[in-house]
Design a protein around this ligand. Structure first.
Ligand code: ADP
Length: 394
């Protein structure tokens, strides 16, 4: 059987990321992004090998973007596209794994839209457009939340009245599940351990950041909650604050709930603390010239990350390794080193040379002698979505 090809689609409200994954190739034969969908500036950009191309699709929406992308994917796949894998943000309690799309699945995604009002409707638009254009092609959905459905109730329940959980689905769900699942499996492979008999602390650090405790291939706890705002300091998101901050700002500044929400999700995190940028690279440059805001943002980021990892350790019977991934986790030796300094009580220590070597896609172990293992593992959510799709096709 020739190597199969899966098109992976990640639909946002005005954008659509895509990648063609071939099961026997390490790199994607085609990948790209459609942006500003629905506006006169709507555009699709893609890359095949080293060649980059752009096509304007004025006022084009998701369907028009897919009309441009699907023939491209067919062509690059040599006419043999085997399926489409869609990323969906929220599966609520209805989805504990990836699944082939049918009417019940579409209804389930719709039913959970109240939990992710910005994301699930956008994901659905992409799915419906792809189904209309390629009705004969099997399509699969992969949920950010599904991996964390294995968490025990004492990890996912908030200490609020029970009816809020029972009648209104208020609980911790967690996100980044596809990434946590992919890198913990890779880490087990790297150390030649069976996935179903290994324990990991994982830090996924991108624009959004979360930690996860993975036991025998299952999530036992994670730092994000009902929404992706809970937990760590992120690019523009605050992570944990005192829940009474809302009422405090309403009382003292007269802020509306929308103003508080906007501040916590878009104006906080690294951006809010540094007063400079949400981007860790910019903060690293500013740190070198002694910028006080950048220094504080870096320190708070690393300390809060270490504190979260230490908390996650409660969910593990033992630790086979601590895994760093995501744009910051894969590239910032400084963040890794500073975070590990706060974890001395667990005997974690970094080897400076190995730490410096693991950037730009280089995977490896970075612990000093005598320390529990610390790994840098590049994530690949597109590949995991394609793997799930292939498994369901089988
Ligand atoms: P997303 O969550 O949008 O997928 P990424 O995983 O690409 O984001 O991570 C983006 C973050 O990674 C940004 O804060 C960026 O500054 C950071 N990053 C990327 N490269 C480096 C680097 N060489 N050093 C430090 N931070 C980096």
């Amino acid at each position: 059987m020739p190597a199969r090809n899966i098109l992976v689609i990640n639909c946002g409200s005005s954008s659509l990321k895509f990648a063609l994954v071939n099961e026997s190739q390490d790199t994607f034969p085609l990948q790209g992004l459609a942006e500003r969908l629905g506006s006169p500036e709507a555009v699709v950009q893609w890359q095949i090998g080293d060649t980059k191309e752009t096509r304007q699709i004025p006022n084009g929406a998701h369907r028009e973007a897919l009309e441009a992308i699907l023939p491209l994917a067919q062509e690059v796949a040599g006419g043999q596209l085997d399926g489409i894998g869609h990323r969906v943000v929220h599966g609520g309690e209805d989805f504990t794994a990836s699944c082939l799309i049918d009417d019940a699945v579409l209804e389930g995604i719709r039913a959970n839209a109240q939990l992710a009002p910005l994301h699930n409707p956008a994901n659905l638009i992409g799915i419906e457009a792809a189904m209309a254009l390629f009705p004969g092609l099997p399509q699969v959905v992969v949920f950010d939340t599904a991996f964390h459905q294995a968490m025990p109730d004492y990890a996912y329940r908030y200490a609020v009245p029970e009816f809020l959980y029972k009648e209104h689905a208020v609980r911790r769900y967690g996100f980044h599940g596809t990434s946590h699942r992919f890198v913990s499996k890779r880490a087990a492979e790297m150390l030649q351990l069976p996935v179903d008999d290994s324990c990991w602390l994982v830090a996924h650090l991108g624009n959004g950041c979360s930690t996860c405790a993975v036991v025998n291939g299952e999530s036992r706890d994670t730092s994000m909650g009902l929404t992706p705002l809970e937990g760590l300091v992120m690019g523009t998101r605050s992570g944990d604050v005192d829940p009474a901050l809302h009422i405090h700002l309403t009382r003292t500044l007269g802020w509306t709930i929308e103003q508080v929400d906007n501040m916590l999700t878009r104006e906080s995190g690294l951006k809010g603390l540094s007063g400079l940028s949400n981007d860790m690279r910019t903060l690293h440059e500013a740190l070198e010239s002694g910028h006080a805001g950048a220094t504080l943002a870096f320190e708070v980021f690393c300390y809060r990350l270490a504190k979260s990892l230490a908390g996650m350790a409660c969910a593990l019977p033992q630790v086979n390794g601590l895994v760093f991934t995501g744009g910051i986790g894969e590239n910032s030796a400084a963040v890794r080193a500073r975070t590990i300094e706060h974890l001395k009580v667990f005997n974690f220590a970094v080897d400076a040379e190995a730490n410096a070597r693991c950037t730009r896609g280089v995977a490896g172990q970075i612990q000093a002698e005598g320390s529990p293992r610390i790994l840098v593992v590049p994530t690949n959510e597109e590949r995991q979505i394609a793997l799930d799709t292939l498994e369901l096709l089988d």
